[in-house]
Design a protein around this ligand. Structure first.
Ligand code: FE
Length: 372
C-alpha cells in the first residue's frame, strides 16, 4: 500500500513537472510573440471560453407534446423571444410515453407536456421523468399541484364543473357535485363515459372526500339519473343541453370559452344554452385537474428544459393559458385574464393532485361496477 502510494505521489510530481514545463514554454512564447500575435492569442482564448457559455445559454430543446401545436405555439414563441432557446416539437395525442420508453437513453426528448394527472402519472410510473430541483418552480406552483418527488409540475388548472340549462334549471338548483345523485335529476343528466381520464379523476376526488363506499353509491345514483348512455366528448354534452336531450352535464370549464368564441356559430349556440356551476363552494371547493409537464429522464439539455418549465409558470405564460385555452393560472401571483375572471372567482379543491393518481385504479373499478 505504502509503496503504491509513494509511487502515486512521484507519478503526480512527474506529471506536474511536465505541466509546468509546458506552461513555461507557453508563457515564454506568448511573451516573445509580436504584439499583434499576442492580441490574436488572447482573442482566441476569449472566444474559446465564450462559445460554450453561449451554447449553454441558448441551444434547442426537444418537446414531446400531447398538447396540440396550435395551443402551445404561442408559448414557444414567447419562450424563444425571452431566452434565445429554440424549440422543436413532436406532437402526438397518444403513444408518446411508449415512444419515449422505446427510445430509452437515446431519446432526444427534453421536455414532456401533457394534460391530466393520469397522463403525467403514466410518465412518472414508467420512470421517464427526471427529478428537478428548481426554486422558481417551487415558488410559482403550489405544493398540491406538483409531484412530491418533483418529477412533474402542474402548469395550468382545469376546473371540471357542472353545466346546466339556462332555460330549464334555476341558477342555484345545483350547489355540489353530490347533488347529481338526487332523484330530482332523474333522466336529466348527460356525461361522457366514466372511464375517460377527466371523469376518472373526478371519481377519485369523490373517493378522497367520502371514502369508496359513499363514492360508489353516488356513482350508482348518477348513472341512474342519466338521460342517455354516456357518449361523446365534453362539448357534446353542452350540445345535448342545447338540443333539450338533458338539462345538466359535467364539463371542463375551458370548453365553455372555446365554444363561446368559436368560429362555428353552432358551437356558440351550445355555449349560450348553458350556465356554469362551480360546485362545492361551501365545502371543499370545485374539483381541479391540471395540464402539466416534466423534464425527460435522459434529457441532454436539462438546464434549458428546466428554464422552459420555469418560463411556463411565469407571468407571460400563465396569462397565455387563460387567453389561448381558458385555463386558470397555477401561479397564485398571476390573475386570470378578463374573460376567465368574468366567469367568477371560485374556491378550488386543494386535494393534492397526486392523490387523484393514487386513487385512479379504485375510481376505475367503481366506474366499471356502476356502468358509467
Ligand atoms: Fe380537454
Amino acid at each position: 500500500m505504502r509503496h503504491n502510494s509513494r509511487a502515486g505521489v512521484s507519478e503526480k510530481m512527474r506529471v506536474t513537472g511536465i505541466e509546468n514545463g509546458f506552461r513555461n514554454r507557453l508563457r515564454n512564447s506568448f511573451a516573445n510573440s509580436p504584439v499583434i500575435l499576442r492580441w490574436l492569442m488572447a482573442g482566441c482564448v476569449a472566444v474559446c471560453l465564450w462559445l460554450p457559455v453561449q451554447a449553454f445559454a441558448a441551444g434547442t430543446i426537444n418537446i414531446y407534446s400531447h398538447r396540440q401545436q396550435i395551443l402551445i405555439q404561442p408559448f414557444l414563441d414567447e419562450f424563444t423571444k425571452a431566452t434565445g432557446i429554440q424549440t422543436k416539437v413532436v406532437y402526438a395525442s397518444k403513444g408518446l410515453a411508449q415512444r419515449l420508453q422505446a427510445e430509452g437513453a437515446a431519446s432526444p426528448a427534453d421536455v414532456i407536456l401533457t394534460v391530466d394527472i393520469a397522463r403525467l402519472a403514466e410518465y412518472a410510473n414508467l420512470d421517464l421523468l427526471a427529478s428537478v430541483e428548481s426554486a422558481v418552480l417551487t415558488a410559482n406552483i403550489p405544493a398540491h399541484l406538483r409531484a412530491s418527488d418533483n418529477r412533474w409540475f402542474g402548469l395550468s388548472e382545469r376546473a371540471r364543473i357542472v353545466v346546466t340549462s339556462r332555460d330549464r334549471v334555476p341558477a342555484d338548483a345545483i350547489q355540489r357535485i353530490e347533488d347529481l345523485a338526487d332523484a330530482e335529476w332523474q333522466q336529466r343528466i348527460c356525461t361522457r363515459p366514466g372511464s375517460h381520464v377527466y371523469n376518472r379523476a373526478l371519481m377519485a376526488s369523490l373517493i378522497a372526500a367520502h371514502g369508496a363506499e359513499a363514492a360508489q353509491s353516488w356513482a350508482e345514483k348518477l348513472v341512474a339519473n342519466l338521460a342517455r348512455k354516456p357518449q361523446g366528448n365534453d362539448r357534446a354534452q353542452a350540445k345535448a343541453i342545447f338540443q333539450g336531450i338533458c338539462d345538466v352535464a359535467i364539463m371542463n370549464s375551458y370548453y365553455y370559452g372555446n365554444m363561446k368564441f368559436n368560429d362555428d356559430a353552432e358551437q356558440r349556440s351550445w355555449a349560450d344554452a348553458i350556465r356554469l356551476v362551480f360546485t362545492n363552494q361551501a365545502d371543499r371547493g370545485n374539483h381541479i385537474n391540471i395540464s402539466g409537464g416534466g423534464v425527460a429522464k435522459h434529457s441532454r439539455n436539462k438546464q434549458q428544459a428546466v428554464a422552459f418549465l420555469e418560463f411556463l409558470t411565469g407571468e407571460v405564460a400563465q396569462q397565455l393559458y387563460g387567453t389561448v385555452n381558458y385555463e386558470y393560472p397555477v401561479n397564485p401571483a398571476v390573475a386570470p385574464p378578463a374573460e376567465l375572471a368574468s366567469w367568477g372567482p371560485f374556491k378550488r379543491d386543494k386535494l393534492p393532485i397526486e392523490r387523484l393518481a393514487e386513487l385512479a385504479p379504485q375510481a376505475q373499478m367503481i366506474i366499471d361496477r356502476v356502468g358509467w
